[in-house]
Design a protein around this ligand. Structure first.
Ligand SMILES: [Zn+2]
Ligand SMILES: [Zn+2]
Length: 353
């Protein structure tokens, strides 16, 4: 059968709590596109939310996964600058290429941003197309030779943390508090340490997570279950509060506490969103006023931050392998998603060997 379609294995999201690992046609590499042989794709908290609840930009049947590492397997017509077999990762946010944000390279802020692994098919498959629009926007980021694939899969989540911290301007000597000791919280902690923060404090309410955070050696680990987080931070800072507070969990209380534990001229990051049906918090706005506190939002990342994340990992300034606690073959992707959702370990990576 010379004309039989080539097939590949893929995890196909069919709707909430329905993921089928099966043979599907291998995508054709058309002019302008690049085909990747996926080597690793890490599981993000967002992948879990899509699996359980669906998402408006993900229309089933669909292949998700956006923390992608692959090797170039085919190069479409009119595409130059790549070689077969080169290891790469792909910037998630693909912009329209025309708006004022895209002009500045801020594809994550583009009003028409389309994301790989959401709108476009993602990396939970043996092969994946890098869309022509993404190739044009230079979304393919080459990896240095010999970089372990699973480590490289940490580039995307780290790039998002870099986006968050670029607003916060962590200075040597600053006290940095991270609320939420999941994988993202731990990445924030590592970034703050790399920026020579004076003191790092991590807060969580989950025993497993608090235990896991020990491996990153923060100066203080706070169990927030007794409601004393703000006091503990004030105690640890001679009553002054923390220069930087990062909220890496979708908690109303944590967002409100963050402002109360910030020092004068403190910078607060709302890194995680709140549930869409209950997105409101209240806080004493005079704290923000008199103490000159800034609150920053952050969403996804763009190419420059991918390159920075790659540099931090490949030079060992951020030890990515410390974040990886589980590896799964594609067949066991649901197990990986459940593991992530339960907060067991930190990052789970689907690997293709
Ligand atoms: Zn992610
Ligand atoms: Zn745009």
């Amino acid at each position: 059968m010379p004309d039989a379609k080539e097939m590949m294995k893929a995890a196909v999201f069919m709707g909430p709590e329905k993921m089928e690992v099966k043979e599907v046609p291998k995508p054709e590499c058309r002019p302008g596109e690049v085909l990747l042989a996926v080597k690793a794709c890490a599981i993000c908290g967002t992948d879990g939310r899509i699996y359980y609840f669906g998402q408006k930009n993900v229309v089933p049947p669909h292949i998700i996964g956006h923390e992608i590492v692959g090797e170039i397997a085919e190069i479409g017509g009119d595409v130059e600058g790549y070689e077969l077999g080169e290891p790469v990762t792909v910037v998630t946010s693909i912009g329209c290429g025309l708006c004022k944000y895209c002009e500045r390279g801020l594809t994550n802020m583009c009003p028409d941003s389309k994301a790989v692994g959401y709108y476009y098919p993602g990396g939970f498959a043996e092969y994946m197309i890098v869309p022509a629009e993404a190739v044009r926007q230079d979304a393919i980021v080459k990896l240095p030779e010999g970089m372990p694939y699973a480590d490289a899969a940490m580039v995307e989540p780290l790039s998002c943390c870099i986006n968050g911290q670029e607003y916060l301007n962590v200075m040597p000597g600053d006290t940095v508090v991270v609320i939420g000791a999941g994988p993202i919280g731990c990445m924030h902690l590592m970034l703050a340490q790399a920026d020579e923060a004076g003191k790092t404090i991590i807060i969580d309410m989950d025993e497993k997570r608090l235990k896991m955070a020990e491996r990153f050696e923060p100066d203080l680990i706070v169990d927030g279950r007794d409601g004393s987080s703000v006091e503990r931070v004030l105690q640890a800072t001679a009553g002054l509060g923390a220069e930087v507070v990062i909220v890496a969990c979708g908690s109303h209380q944590a967002q409100m506490d963050a402002i109360r534990m910030a020092a004068k001229m403190g910078r607060v990051s709302y890194f995680a969103g709140l549930p869409k049906d209950k997105p409101t918090i209240t806080f004493d706005s005079n704290l923000v006023h008199y103490r000159e506190i800034s609150v920053f939002g952050t969403f996804a990342s763009h190419r420059r931050q991918f390159v920075k994340a790659l540099d931090l990992i490949s030079t060992g300034k951020i030890n990515a392998s410390k974040l990886i606690t589980h590896r799964f073959p594609l067949e066991k992707i649901v197990e990986g998603i459940v593991t992530t959702k339960k907060g067991e370990g930190l990052k789970s990576v689907v690997t293709f060997e």
